[in-house]
Write a protein that binds this ligand. Structure first.
Ligand code: AMP
Ligand code: ZN
Length: 483
């Protein structure tokens, strides 16, 4: 049941719109990818969980999906608006390593998080440094009408396109406080298309261009890779909400220059029909900032014993356009909810799925699920529909399994792949093995059966000393956890 028309919030119009693909039956999506100068934090990963849910929903709705995510390995400065240093060059200098090695290392780390969060592989990962000739060609195409040269490189004049900055809804000339880092810019919001290497310096990554030896600007990369691979206009462009302010308005301006310079009343001129942004994951003490020393990486969650998919569920419990506050309690609650689902799914483990069969008892929950996802990706309600489906009684288990599999294909919690043991909290610091715990628990059971409560309490204390909490009468049937 996938009848509800898919509606998505378009940041460009600030409205929920019915999705109408550019190419019938297809959906082409581009997501701004990570800058691979450091590990991603879990906030960054929220952006890819969101893009993944969008892609899965488009598949659920029957569209043939082409999803592209880029990897930025050059050009992203420490300030989004052209100030500061190239993030990649800076990290390479700090670590005294080659940029190429840095990029490879953090790209692999990002991909590991992508896999751990059960994010589907896109049709293509585009790597910025593979597209430099195309970037130069794109820039040559718009340079005469839209750009000007300064000593430091080639700049885009934002006054040459209609409606600059409409996506941000900000007064970009004054009042927005954008730092004017480059002398000679015509408008404060003008941005670098090509950054010339200063005389007497060499960069690790630089290329020859009509504007001197140097490197592309970050915004140029995404315009070029999205247009090259998906063709303008494509359907949906995604990113975190910070990109709504600078990066995406600049991409849009370039795309307008490339296609026609016309205004944004016709969304096709922006390069993508729909621009979607996930809101931020926030954390009060600043642990989301990569400059804060120990920041919140997915690996930290795993080291503390949480399964990565508990974090995915935590993301799905909030609507993607709402800010989500991270807390360990919240993560623990998501883990408990996931355990309940996995336990319920456990009863279907040995059942053959019957995708073709239907049962009237599932019609309302499937409709609820479909309507929730179709309504701008309403994952919080969709999750309750999944739980409703798991709770349906006196139905053929094969049909139930098929329904739950369908829903999980959209939510991506891997419910049939997880076991209860996978979800047990097991911090990296714990040294006691599961066999030792099970052995102690068996001895304790015997002691209790023999009414030797002193011995049973002693075993319980021994376990507690090693961080194992014995959970008598746990409603989820968990006998112990490591805390
Ligand atoms: P970056 O590697 O900095 O380009 O960021 C990768 C993605 O994460 C971009 O789409 C950002 O908009 C997004 N992002 C950055 N911080 C957060 C956050 N705290 N919560 C959600 N998304 C974020
Ligand atoms: Zn981008």
């Amino acid at each position: 049941m996938t009848d509800a028309p898919l509606k998505l919030f378009n940041s460009l119009t600030r409205q929920v719109e019915v999705f109408e693909p550019v190419h019938p039956g297809e959906a082409r999506v581009y997501s701004c990818g990570p800058t691979v100068y450091n590990y991603p934090h879990i906030g960054n990963m929220r952006a890819y969980v969101f893009a993944d849910v969008l892609g899965r929903t488009l598949s659920w709705k029957g569209y043939n999906l082409t999803h592209v995510i880029n990897i930025t390995d050059v050009g992203h400065l420490t300030d989004d608006a052209d100030a500061g240093e190239d993030k990649m060059e800076k990290m390479a200098a700090e670590k005294a390593q080659s940029i190429w090695d840095i990029a490879e290392h953090y790209k692999q780390a990002y991909w590991a998080d992508v896999r751990a969060l059960n994010i589907r592989q896109p049709a293509q990962w585009t790597v910025a440094t593979d597209y430099v000739p195309q970037m130069i060609a794109f820039a040559e195409g718009i340079a005469d009408k839209h750009c000007y040269q300064l000593n430091s490189g080639l700049y885009f004049d934002v006054s040459t396109v209609a409606d600059y900055g409409r996506l941000a809804r900000a007064n970009t000339e004054e009042g927005e406080g954008r730092i004017e880092a480059v002398e000679g810019k015509r408008n404060a919001a003008d941005f670098a298309i090509w950054r010339k290497t200063p005389a007497g310096e060499t960069r690790q990554m630089e290329w020859d261009s009509p504007w001197g030896r140097g490197a592309p600007g970050w915004h140029l990369e995404c315009s070029v890779m999205s247009g090259e691979v998906l063709g303008f206009p494509f359907d949906i462009h995604t990113g975190g909400i910070d990109h709504r302010e600078i990066h995406h308005p600049n991409e849009i301006a370039q795309n307008q220059a490339f296609c026609c310079s016309n205004g944004l009343d016709d969304p096709r001129n922006s390069g993508a029909n729909i621009w979607m942004h996930n809101n931020f994951l926030v954390e009060r003490s600043g642990k989301m900032s990569k400059s804060s020393g120990e920041f919140l990486r997915l690996q930290l969650l795993v080291d503390k014993g949480y399964h990565p998919l508990a974090y995915r569920l935590m993301c799905l419990q909030a609507h993607y356009r709402s800010e989500l506050e991270f807390s360990w309690e919240g993560l623990g609650a998501a883990l408990t909810r996931l355990k309940r689902m996995v336990m319920a799914v456990g009863t279907l483990a040995d059942v053959a799925s019957q995708p073709e069969a239907e049962h009237p008892k599932f019609a309302p929950v499937l409709a609820k699920f479909d309507e929730a996802m179709a309504d701008d990706l309403g994952t919080p309600i969709a999750l309750t529909a999944l739980e409703d489906a798991l709770a349906v009684k006196k139905v053929d288990a094969g049909i139930k399994r098929a329904v739950v599999e369908d829903m999980d294909a959209v939510l991506g919690l891997n419910l049939f792949g997880l076991t209860r043991a996978d979800l047990r909290i097991r911090p990296k610091s714990a040294t006691i093995t599961e066999a030792e715990i099970e052995d102690a628990l068996a001895r304790r059971k015997e002691a209790r059966a023999a009414k030797d409560f002193a011995a049973s309490d002693a075993i319980r204390d021994e376990l507690a000393a090693q961080g194992v909490e014995v959970m008598d009468g746990d409603p989820l049937g968990w006998e112990w956890k490591l805390s």
